[in-house]
Design a protein. Structure first.
Lengths: 268, 262
């Protein structure tokens, strides 16, 4: 009996979490403009999504920003984690503490403070994209740092020394010995940086150029307007993103279980 | 010549000083000055003597407290069932609960809005309820994950010991599992409470026009009032510091936010 209640609760919570997204997905394939009215099958929303310049440029811009800021954040965060690891205890603690600030701070505060610093004090125009990119790097780099640091701690320190003894230059040792060992942390940090940028609304609102929109800022503004073609095209966008996320997770899990199996075989 | 490996960190440290520390210093400066750059306590006094802004603070706390409570109430059983079940693909099931986090939050709230409109008709009729539903929907995974992690790490022999010493399963849960999962709950609370006080977009999108603390920053921003906005940001920072202080372990909370997303 208890087991049944557990299962019921579980399934109910999953339904609550997924039902809105799934309902939207179903309705994105109809020409309905509100949930509840049943209409015919239509791909119009997907046509609108991929042929309206305003929408396609907004999506591409978001992806570009996410990728670019993630690359910068990954480089900075990884270098920071390496430098911090080899620093004295006090310096290390100092970097760790400052690194936590953007992590626990509210995004509204981070975005607003960056806007005041860069736009009001330093007079950098938002149209240069500098405040926006810097904002997303501030958001993501600390998470790269947090993902890479444990990998550096787990690394075998004698490998680097051995590479030097065998005649490698320090740079070569860094790129061919250290970086490969901490690669899993770098990769997960990069993935996290992309997701954080894609999901961000607040930092973008306070730092973006007026004529540029990310998916978040665009959707939020669109819900205030009453353009139904755009509104239902966003249902299609939500469905596409949902499909991509599922695809990424499935591929990721298959790869993970494969490499685990490989490890098992290797152990045998 | 050997490179000093610790120097690799210099670019990142400079970056942090310039774009994390300096913005906070600028906030302090703007919060305690007026338009002509003179020191003033007006922004501070103004906030705490205006019934509207104080009302906003109270309303934010109310929304955040109810949202956090509902999240704990829903997340704890999910995390508990997940952590104690014997199913094999446990990480995959955890993944299913965390996966919605990957979809852009504004699109998730759009989906929720359509469903709530269908169920309720006019969303403006239940502003507080909708805000809590929206925020719970948005932040629930942040609560599930830390609690799940804490319960999974519990030493099973403690429960066996409790049973050996005559505790019923119910007693063992109340006296062993629940107290020991408090760190996870606290960490989840800090992940949910602050966003719930500041994420005014969820309210906006669900037609709740009442201000929360985040909306104040937004409206000062739209009015180019950097001094007023900085004061609100500082007050939020103070609340954040208080939370961090109460929670003690900050390293953990960062790992959780990351973990919830990846």
């Amino acid at each position: 009996m208890k087991k049944i209640w557990k299962a019921v609760f579980f399934v109910f919570m999953l339904l609550v979490l997924y039902l809105p997204i799934l309902i939207l997905a179903v309705y994105s394939f109809t020409d309905a403009t509100t949930i509840g009215s049943i209409r015919g099958f239509s791909l119009q929303n997907y046509v609108t999504l991929f042929t309206t310049p305003e929408l396609t440029s907004m999506i591409l811009g978001t992806l570009f920003l996410a990728f670019g800021s993630a690359v910068i954040a990954t480089i900075l965060g990884t270098l920071g984690a390496l430098g911090s690891f080899y620093s004295r205890e006090r310096t290390k603690n100092f970097i760790n503490t400052i690194n936590q600030i953007p992590v626990i701070n509210a995004d509204v505060v981070t975005g607003f403070s960056l806007c005041v610093l860069m736009v009001v004090v330093m007079r950098i125009s938002k149209d240069t994209f500098v405040p926006l990119v810097v904002g997303h790097v501030v958001l993501a780099a600390p998470f790269v740092y947090l993902n890479v640091s444990p990998k550096i701690r787990q690394m075998d320190p004698s490998m680097y020394e051995a590479a030097l003894d065998l005649g490698a230059t320090p740079w070569k040792a860094l790129f061919q010995v250290v970086i490969p060992q901490i690669m899993p942390g770098i990769v997960s940090g990069f993935g996290l940086a992309i997701t954080l940028s894609l999901d961000d609304y607040f930092i973008a609102t306070y730092t973006k150029p007026a004529m540029f929109d990310t998916i978040s800022t665009y959707v939020v503004n669109a819900t205030r307007g009453s353009q139904t073609t755009i509104k239902t095209a966003l249902w299609a966008l939500s469905t596409v993103i949902f499909a991509v996320v599922i695809l990424v997770v499935v591929i990721g899990n298959v790869n993970a279980s494969r490499s685990e199996k490989r490890k098992e075989y290797a152990n045998v | 010549m050997r490179i000093q490996r610790k120097n690799l960190g210099i670019p990142y440290v400079l970056f942090l000083l310039l774009f994390v520390v300096a913005p906070l210093a600028v906030l302090f400066y703007y919060a305690f000055t007026n338009g002509s750059g003179q020191f003033t306590l007006m922004n501070f006094v103004g906030f705490f003597s205006n019934p509207n802004t104080l009302g906003t603070l109270v309303y934010s706390f109310a929304i955040a407290a109810v949202t956090t409570f509902v999240c704990v109430l829903l997340a704890y059983p999910i995390a508990y069932i997940l952590a104690t079940s014997r199913i094999r693909a446990k990480s995959a099931v955890v993944m299913i609960f965390v996966l919605p986090m990957w979809i852009n939050f504004s699109l998730r709230i759009t989906a929720l809005k359509e469903v709530l409109t269908f169920l309720e008709g006019n969303l403006a009729m239940h502003p507080f309820l909708n805000a809590v539903i929206g925020m719970t929907y948005d932040f629930l995974p942040f609560m599930i994950l830390p609690i799940y992690t804490t319960i999974s790490r519990l030493d099973a022999s403690l429960l066996e010991a409790a049973a050996d010493l005559g505790a019923s399963p119910r007693e063992a849960f109340l006296k062993v599992t629940l107290p020991l999962s408090m760190p996870g709950i606290l960490s989840g609370v800090s992940m949910v409470f602050l966003p719930a006080m500041t994420n005014y977009v969820v309210l906006d999108m669900l037609y709740n026009s009442t201000y929360i603390m985040g909306s104040l920053i937004g409206s000062y921003f739209s009015a180019y009032n950097w001094h007023g906005g900085s004061m609100i940001a500082l007050i939020l920072l103070a609340i954040i510091c208080l939370f961090t202080f109460l929670q003690g372990n900050t390293e953990e909370s960062g790992a959780n936010r990351g973990g919830a997303l990846l």
